[in-house]
Design a protein around this ligand. Structure first.
Ligand SMILES: [Zn+2]
Length: 462
């Protein structure tokens, strides 16, 4: 917030004038350069929800031509901003997958064992990762991200430019644009404004070169992708649960209650339910219209996760950590191949990567599955039920593109009016694949937790 108040005191023409004066003063007199306070040598821009395939298309059109080819940043599962940015920036895992979490009530004793009970509550954790950026939109203006997202993106980019040219004595300037995601949630096409940003970053690089004689390093990263489907159907969650004797609620009081809650219109939702009915509820939801697959942490063995897909397809992921802390995973089919991972099992086997008991190093799974329809699924599913959020759900339902669930009365009205469909959250490649690109180094496909292997964020405002 401190930096933002400083950037407010500079108008756009001011930095441009400053830049051109400095440029003309600097170019003939090289000795003066060292005496001037240094600008950052690196600019990192976070663009929320920009999909890999969108950026690939723009580079094919000739935009972002000073950048190396875009690579994938595969999001967390669910592919949602709060947990994905926390994963990228290595901040504490939020309580829930987005701004809501399940708070379990634990009353009762041995004589009167507690019935399953708890509530969906707001978390207020969303801002922790956000506050690390040198620029992110102040809370007062976040309303604009939904009302006029296109204009707000331009404002955010301009503020990043101003902030960058008025920062000294810092290696990297970090700017965050949230409205790229909101624009898509509101049914807009993000490509025109991304083409405009391509021109803006080129201008920044040119001005920087004139001022310093150096080349500015620019990195652009996003946290997840987008389904890019214009209209979507709402899944019949309440009716499906009711037909099987369960009650959809945000306040669970017994083992017939199924607590579900999250933020907005999404293609994923976590389910909190009593352990005794968990497998049955997961099974019921896997057969619901619009569901792509359901993941369920085994009620007895947390190292085992069931994957269910329509028509009774069931697979299981098992995890094991060796004495050096290395993660090994095994995927096996009980019936069918819900993740379509059996061809990968075969390929890894042929490549000699499989141990005698069928386990494979996580790193090998990862490299084999970046371009799969469910990229890096095993590790992401395991983390989804374990460490990616403070209160992980026993069940997560991932929807097919073109299907959504909406939360809150306001969203209910919006969805009825607009049938909005551009969203994210699911395990599939459209929702999962964000971007990583640099004008300095060729990047490689990675996962949110490993972005910093390629892009150091050591001078982040920790
Ligand atoms: Zn979003």
């Amino acid at each position: 917030m401190k930096l933002f108040s400083r950037t407010l005191t500079f108008s756009t023409p001011f930095w441009m004038i400053t830049a051109s004066i400095l440029g003309s003063v600097l170019s003939p007199i090289h000795t003066a350069r060292a005496e001037l306070p240094a600008l950052p040598s690196r600019l990192i821009i976070g663009v929320d929800g920009v999909a890999y395939r969108t950026m690939q298309e723009l580079q094919q059109e000739g935009f972002y031509k000073t950048f190396f080819p875009v690579s994938r940043t595969v999001s967390t599962f669910p592919s949602l901003s709060s947990i994905a940015w926390a994963d990228i920036l290595h901040t504490r895992a939020p309580l829930g997958y987005d701004r809501f979490h399940f708070h379990a009530c634990q009353h009762g004793d041995m004589k009167h064992p507690t019935e399953f009970s708890g509530s969906i509550l707001g978390s207020g954790d969303h801002e922790e990762a956000h506050d690390l950026w040198d620029y992110h939109i102040p809370s007062l203006l976040t309303f604009g991200t939904n009302v006029a997202p296109g204009k707000t993106i331009r404002l955010e980019m301009s503020k990043i430019t101003e902030g960058f040219f008025s920062t000294q004595g810092k290696v990297t300037y970090y700017g965050y644009i949230v409205s790229t995601d909101n624009l898509q949630h509101n049914g807009g096409d993000v490509r025109p404004v991304l083409r405009w940003i391509s021109g803006e970053v080129e201008k920044i690089a040119e001005t920087y070169h004139q001022m310093t004689g150096q080349d500015l390093e620019i990195v652009i990263v996003s946290d997840h992708g987008n389904s890019l489907t214009a209209r979507a159907k709402k899944v019949p969650l309440r009716q499906t649960l009711r037909a099987h004797g369960y009650h959809l609620t945000q306040k669970a009081k017994n083992s017939h209650d199924v607590a579900v809650g999250a933020d907005g219109i999404l293609s994923v939702f976590p389910v909190y339910v009593d352990a005794s009915v968990q497998a049955e509820v997961a099974n019921v939801l896997s057969e619901m219209a619009g569901v792509e697959l359901v993941t369920e942490r085994d009620a007895q063995n947390p190292n085992r996760i069931w994957i269910r897909r329509k028509s009774g397809a069931i697979g299981v992921i098992e995890k094991r950590v060796d004495e050096k802390g290395e993660l090994f995973l095994r995927y096996s089919s009980i019936s069918g191949d819900p993740l379509s991972y059996l061809p990968l099992v075969e390929r890894l086997n042929l490549a000699g990567k499989t141990m005698s008991d069928g386990f494979v190093k996580n790193e090998d799974w990862k490299q084999a599955s970046f371009d799969h329809e469910f990229p890096v699924a095993l590790e992401r599913i395991v983390k989804a039920h374990d460490s990616v959020a403070g209160t992980p759900a026993p069940i997560i339902v991932s929807l097919l593109d073109g299907h959504v669930i909406e939360f809150g009365a306001f969203m209910n009205v919006v969805q009825k009016l607009k049938h909005m469909g551009q969203t994210h959250g699911s395990l599939n490649s459209n929702s999962s694949n964000g971007i990583l690109m640099s004008n300095r180094i060729p990047t490689v496909d990675t996962t949110t937790d490993r972005v910093t292997d390629q892009v150091s964020v050591s001078d982040f405002k920790h």
